[in-house]
Design a protein around this ligand. Structure first.
Ligand SMILES: Cc1cc2nc3c(=O)[nH]c(=O)nc-3n(C[C@H](O)[C@H](O)[C@H](O)COP(=O)(O)OP(=O)(O)OC[C@H]3O[C@@H](n4cnc5c(N)ncnc54)[C@H](O)[C@@H]3O)c2cc1C
Length: 424
């Protein structure tokens, strides 16, 4: 059942909302997480967690359990059919996680949800946010069915079509056309390609990503002009024939799951409107080139959880710091897409440039760091903003006991910082 009051209401229990909730639970903040779906989705969707994201997730106890379940890919290879144009090594990253971790999004969400449960939290389902009244002291959220919750802060982690963003009046501009069209599937293939690396095939028809998954399937993602409503293995065979290895072509032997989607590159005009904060797809969407979308959302989430625990100034910093990072990632994804779709006359030049540049170790390393999603470290919040601890407040404290919180002076306690008290 929904509480009447909460310190933080997180709308959406995708990877972003779950990671915000886990981070807040680690700080002992009373949090309510809701999702409109009765059950978490079981589909694969995002398939890679990068090293920079694993470093951030390590702080909330998620990196090790993820690393145990995923497949570790030591390199990323760019190809034009059989020819290797560039190899980007992850195994020399300055990280405890020197690889790209291939793992289905459903599994990533399951690991986050298990951690939330271990910290005493849970997702309340199915609750669909329909309305928000904002005021100087917080917000009143309304749900389909008539329930209301009073919250000091509301996190919009409700995805690309965010209702929270819309109700907070935050723009999400972009072109009116339907956006880039993608076809994707997890297929079983007979292939000579090594299963320890992700491959990006650049071809006249557009890019094709080939990524091995821990369950033995291969994730294929391709841009296509007209994606079929019901993708069939023959569509993926055709894509492999047109864009994949030519000398020893891959053969599709089965298909676990397939989908199509369209996407634009968009960023929210602001990440904060009064008590409302945005993170993840609610704040930015872009093409899956480079597998950056969910990763950026997960890093937003931990930054936002820390900022909510630290207080209002940190929230302004969150909003100011995270948006430029999203602009950079969107620019990078757009660049990868342009590179892949270079017109035929420019392709030999593109291939030559890629081969020459990637022969230089510093360029290879810079690309690996960029793909891995390492971000500049923001300055630490002043210690005074995160050490004021008091017992849990709000109705959720009865069912969501704050885990032990160690303050930076060496003491410990339980419950949220004073900045989050709602009086409930
Ligand atoms: C088919 C497909 C393939 C993809 N492939 C890739 C990929 O290869 N690489 C990559 O990086 N990304 C990929 N993505 C994108 C990736 O899935 C997203 O970046 C990621 O899910 C964003 O996480 P999120 O938590 O911000 O939002 P979401 O995962 O969208 O979660 C939002 C949650 O909010 C809930 N919600 C929405 N509205 C409400 C409401 N009004 N009230 C209550 N709850 C609400 C939803 O039920 C949902 O659970 C793919 C997406 C799709 C659909």
């Amino acid at each position: 059942m929904l509480p009447e009051h909460t310190d933080v209401l997180v709308v959406g229990a995708g990877p972003t909302g779950l990671a915000v909730a886990v981070t807040l639970a680690g700080h002992g903040v009373a949090t309510t997480v809701v999702d409109r779906l009765p059950e978490p989705p079981v589909t694969s969707r995002a398939a890679v967690v990068h090293a920079g994201t694993l470093e951030v997730l390590d702080r909330i106890g998620i990196a090790e359990p993820l690393a145990e379940r995923g497949l570790r890919s030591g390199r990323f290879t760019v190809r034009d059919r059989d020819r290797v144009l560039a190899t980007v090594p992850f195994d020399r990253l300055p990280s405890r996680y020197p690889y790209a971790l291939l793992i289905s999004q459903a599994e990533t969400e399951a690991v986050l949800a298990a951690r939330l449960t271990a910290l005493g939290g849970r997702v309340l389902r199915p609750y669909e946010l329909t309305d928000l009244d904002l005021d100087g002291a917080g917000a009143t959220a309304r749900f389909a069915g008539g329930d209301t919750v009073r919250a000091r802060w509301v996190v919009g982690a409700d995805g690309m079509h965010s209702r929270v963003r819309e109700l907070a009046g935050i723009g999400f501009g972009g072109p009116a056309d339907p956006g880039e069209s993608f076809l994707l599937a997890d297929v079983r293939v007979d292939s000579v390609l090594p299963r320890d690396q992700v491959n990006l095939f650049l071809s006249r028809g557009g890019p094709l990503v080939w990524a091995p998954l821990p369950d033995g399937t291969v994730r294929l993602v391709a841009t296509v002009d007209d994606a079929p409503r019901e993708p069939h293995p023959r569509h993926f065979q055709a894509l492999l024939d047109e864009r994949g290895p030519a000398r020893r072509p891959d053969r599709v032997t089965g298909m676990a799951w397939a989908s199509r989607f369209r996407i634009h590159h968009r960023i929210a005009d602001s990440y904060r409107a009064g008590p409302v904060l945005l993170a993840g797809d609610a704040a930015h969407v872009h093409s899956p080139a480079g597998g950056q979308g969910m990763n950026l959302g997960l890093r937003d989430a931990v930054a936002l959880g820390d900022a909510l625990a630290a207080g209002p100034e940190a929230l302004d910093r969150y909003a100011a710091d995270r948006r430029p990072l999203a602009e950079e990632v969107l620019g990078f994804a757009a660049g990868l897409t342009r590179l892949a779709a270079a017109p035929p006359p420019l392709r030999p030049l593109r291939n030559l440039l890629l081969r020459t540049a990637s022969a230089l170790p510093p360029v290879r390393q810079a690309l690996a760091v960029r793909l891995a999603g390492f971000e500049p470290t923001p300055p630490s919040p002043p210690p005074s903003s995160i050490v004021r601890l008091r017992p849990p407040s709000g109705p959720l404290s009865a069912v969501l006991p704050g885990p032990e919180v160690h303050d930076r002076r060496g003491g410990s306690g339980s419950g949220p910082p004073e900045g989050l008290a709602t009086g409930g």
